[in-house]
Design a protein around this ligand. Structure first.
Ligand SMILES: Cc1cc2nc3c(=O)[nH]c(=O)nc-3n(C[C@H](O)[C@H](O)[C@H](O)COP(=O)(O)OP(=O)(O)OC[C@H]3O[C@@H](n4cnc5c(N)ncnc54)[C@H](O)[C@@H]3O)c2cc1C
Length: 494
């Protein structure tokens, strides 16, 4: 089989892969390929298209720092608009011609003699590259729980990450499993027309009111003509979200009152929308606000007061051909089973495929045997010429594009230095990595995840050992500054 050789292979054509590709172009690389197992670009925003999908960070903030979009229709834009934005950015930066779709990566192995990555695709084809950049996302491997009898269900089964656009919920009897951020958006939409909707909740979620605004045609013209106006709105939305992460998550030791106030806001919201005390109790989380990603909705709580909507909290015993039997013995007869069961973050995703580094080090095994870690959320010792963008300690919290910004700057500094020196390899040193891990562990000590009551949240922020290793516990400002100023001596460059 022929082998194609590239300067770089990027795996994943979501916003991270597109950002990495833009950065490579800025650095003067053109011989790179971006592969994705899906049939189109956009990652999350191509795969997810269930009814009600919107971003839950204002879109003035949910965009690349360098690419504001004057075309947003609302403050909280729909999934379709975000997908359009991904298309527009990829076209503007001429990234599409580097993309190859329907291409799944099975494994990657570092060849220490040739100083190259050998990337094996499903089907056996091999690609070769100097650099390997994985941009496989955190929320990209859909999770289906192994509930007894699930495979015997004879009606329609649909996962929110594989929505059937032709499906019409009108008059249907639907059972939906899960009450995470996706379900908060989907449940009110299904409840509009379903004959019957039974919601299976394992963990209640905090929901606070959503203050959304529509951007008029005039406002959009102003954004396009005077980009500063949109930047000004971004400063406001960025600061607000940054403030929430800072006091609500990072500095919990000192701002516990904020967490209590946020929980109170959700409580008042339940009180304002639901009269039934017992229903309110069932929808009340028993963990601290922020332990699990909280969400915004003006419809969610109210939906449970509709006569066709039922909340089931006793847990699922098993599924039969025509319905779901709960632990309290009640059976809901349904014709559609909706799985709003989210994504497998820790098992299927760290890493998304087998990666073997120098001296045969297996990334997945090593992370599990010696703690999840990655220097500045991108580099791992023993993995030369490898940048893993969906790494432990990578995500800055709430807004993905903050992480993207520092990761692009990190790439700029690192690959710029490698180019300047005419070098062929880089690898983070063990010492720099250990120093960084110690710092993350220390910073987490002040955070909500250590200080708060998160035990019952079942949050994907926590890895299977109970450590909150998803978030990089610092402000965007600090992360961006560090990405632009870290000592290049933290890397072996040769
Ligand atoms: C429903 C939903 C709503 C969200 N809302 C928000 C929000 O409001 N704010 C926010 O900040 N974040 C939100 N997120 C998180 C969102 O995932 C990120 O904001 C961002 O889109 C991630 O981009 P990415 O490129 O890192 O990953 P993804 O968009 O997940 O892209 C990863 C890509 O890698 C590909 N891939 C994975 N494994 C392989 C393989 N082995 N071979 C080939 N290709 C592979 C996948 O097919 C996918 O296209 C949301 C996520 C979901 C699921």
């Amino acid at each position: 089989m022929t082998e194609q050789q590239f300067d770089a292979i990027i795996v994943g054509a979501g916003f991270a892969g597109i950002g990495a590709a833009i950065q490579l172009k800025r650095l003067g690389f053109d011989n790179f390929i971006l592969v994705d197992r899906e049939a189109d670009l956009g990652g999350t925003w191509y795969v997810n298209h269930y009814p009600g999908l919107t971003v839950d960070v204002p879109t003035t903030t949910y965009s690349y720092f360098f690419e504001p979009n004057p075309n947003w229709n609302r403050l909280f834009s729909t999934g379709a608009e975000i997908k359009q934005y991904a298309d527009d950015v990829a076209d503007k930066y001429d990234i599409r011609r580097h993309m190859r779709f329907n291409t799944t990566v099975d494994s990657a192995q570092w060849d220490d003699e040739a100083k190259l990555w050998r990337v094996t695709l499903a089907g056996g084809e091999q690609l070769i590259a100097r650099y390997l950049i994985t941009a496989t996302g955190f929320l990209s491997q859909p999770f289906t729980p192994e509930i007894p009898g699930i495979h015997s269900f004879e009606g329609k089964v649909v996962h929110t990450a594989d929505w059937d656009d032709a499906y019409d919920p009108a008059g249907r009897k639907i059972g939906i499993i899960g009450t995470g951020a996706t379900a908060v958006q989907l449940i009110p939409e299904l409840a509009e027309s379903a004959a019957d909707l039974t919601v299976y909740q394992r963990t209640a979620i905090y929901v606070v009111p959503k203050v959304d605004i529509k951007f008029s045609a005039r406002a959009k013209r102003v954004f396009a003509r005077v980009p500063l106006t949109q930047r000004a709105i971004r400063v406001v939305t960025d600061s607000l979200y940054e403030f929430m992460v800072y006091v609500g998550v990072l500095r919990q030791r000192y701002f516990r009152r904020f967490t209590i106030a946020a929980a109170d806001l959700a409580k008042m919201w339940r009180f304002a929308t639901i009269r039934d005390k017992e229903l309110r109790r069932k929808l009340t989380p028993d963990y601290d606000f922020g332990c699990k990603r909280p969400t915004f909705s003006n419809k969610y709580y109210r939906t449970f007061t509709k006569p066709n909507v039922h909340l089931q909290t006793s847990g699922i015993d098993h599924i039969e051909a025509d319905g779901i039997v709960a632990n309290d013995g009640t059976k809901a007869v349904i014709d559609t089973l909706v799985l709003a069961t989210g994504f497998d973050i820790w098992e299927a995703n760290f890493p998304a495929f087998e990666v073997i580094g120098r001296d045969g080090r297996n990334l997945g095994k090593w992370w599990r045997e010696s703690r999840f870690q990655a220097y500045q959320g991108v580099s791992v010792p023993h993995f030369p010429n490898f940048l893993s963008l969906a790494s432990p300690y990578a995500f800055l919290g709430l807004n993905f594009f903050n992480s993207m910004e520092y990761q692009m700057r990190h790439m700029d500094r690192l690959l710029g230095e490698v180019k300047r020196r005419g070098a062929t390899t880089f690898e983070i040193t063990e010492e720099a990595n250990a120093r960084y891990l110690d710092r993350m562990t220390e910073l987490l000590g002040d955070s909500l995840f250590t200080q708060g009551n998160c035990a019952s949240a079942r949050s994907y922020y926590f890895n299977p050992s109970g450590e909150a290793t998803l978030l990089r516990p610092m402000t965007t400002r600090t992360a961006v500054r560090e990405a632009s100023t870290y000592p290049v001596t933290d890397y072996h460059i040769s």
